[in-house]
Design a protein around this ligand. Structure first.
Ligand SMILES: [Zn+2]
Ligand SMILES: [Zn+2]
Length: 179
C-alpha cells in the first residue's frame, strides 16, 4: 500500500489513505521511539513533468518516547502536512551532486529509486524530523531522585534535596536527550 510503482500512478493521480504499520514504515526495532497504533497517512500522489512525483497530504501518528528525566515512556502526538517533490535518482548519484533544478518551486525535494516510491520511508523520515529536542513526559517532570532513584512524579521519597551544582549540570545534559 505504501510502496508505489511510479508507472502505476494514473494520470489523475492516486489517493492514499492508509493506517501506519511499523513494518511498512520501517520503524520495527527502532530504539529511539515506538509507533503506537492508530497512525494514518492521507495523501494524493501525482506524476508531473520530467518524471517528478508530487505528494501532498497529511500524516498523523502517536509516537512513544522515553522521558529524559524520569525514564518513563510517554506518548508524543505528531501531525505533519506534506508537500514533497520526488525526482528519480539515477544510478549511484549522490543528492549533493544532482543538478536538477526545479524552477517553479523551492520545495522539499527527495528521490525515488528503481521506479518506486516508498511512502513508508518518507514517513519514517517525517517521524525523525518531528522528534522533540527535549524528550520530557511533561515540562514539569520532577525526574528521578538522585539519592534513592525514586520517580519523584509518583512518590515524594523524602530524601533531602541535593544542592550540588554538578548534579544539576548533569540533569541538564540528560534533559537534552542523547539520541
Ligand atoms: Zn518524566
Ligand atoms: Zn529519594
Amino acid at each position: 500500500m505504501l510502496l508505489i510503482e511510479i508507472s502505476q500512478i494514473p494520470p489523475e493521480g492516486l489517493d492514499v489513505d492508509a493506517p501506519l504499520d511499523p513494518g511498512e514504515v520501517h520503524v520495527e526495532g527502532e530504539e529511539s521511539f515506538g509507533l503506537e497504533s492508530g497512525g494514518r497517512l492521507r495523501c494524493h500522489v501525482e506524476r508531473g513533468d520530467d518524471r517528478t512525483v508530487h505528494v501532498r497530504g497529511d500524516l498523523a501518528a502517536r509516537l512513544r518516547l522515553q522521558c529524559g528525566r524520569c525514564l518513563e515512556s510517554f506518548e508524543f502526538p505528531m501531525a505533519q502536512d506534506l508537500d514533497l517533490f520526488y525526482l528519480p535518482r539515477r544510478g549511484e548519484q549522490e543528492e549533493e551532486e544532482d543538478e536538477v533544478e526545479l524552477k517553479d518551486h523551492e520545495m522539499v525535494v527527495a528521490y525515488y529509486r528503481d521506479e518506486r516510491l516508498d511512502l513508508g520511508e518518507m514517513i519514517r523520515e517525517q517521524f525523525f524530523l518531528s522528534l522533540p529536542m527535549k524528550r520530557l513526559c511533561k515540562d514539569a517532570c520532577l525526574g528521578l531522585c538522585p539519592t534513592c532513584g525514586a520517580n519523584r512524579n509518583l512518590t515524594p521519597c523524602g530524601c533531602p534535596p541535593v544542592a550540588d551544582a554538578r548534579l544539576s549540570v548533569l540533569g541538564n545534559l540528560l534533559d537534552g536527550g542523547s539520541s
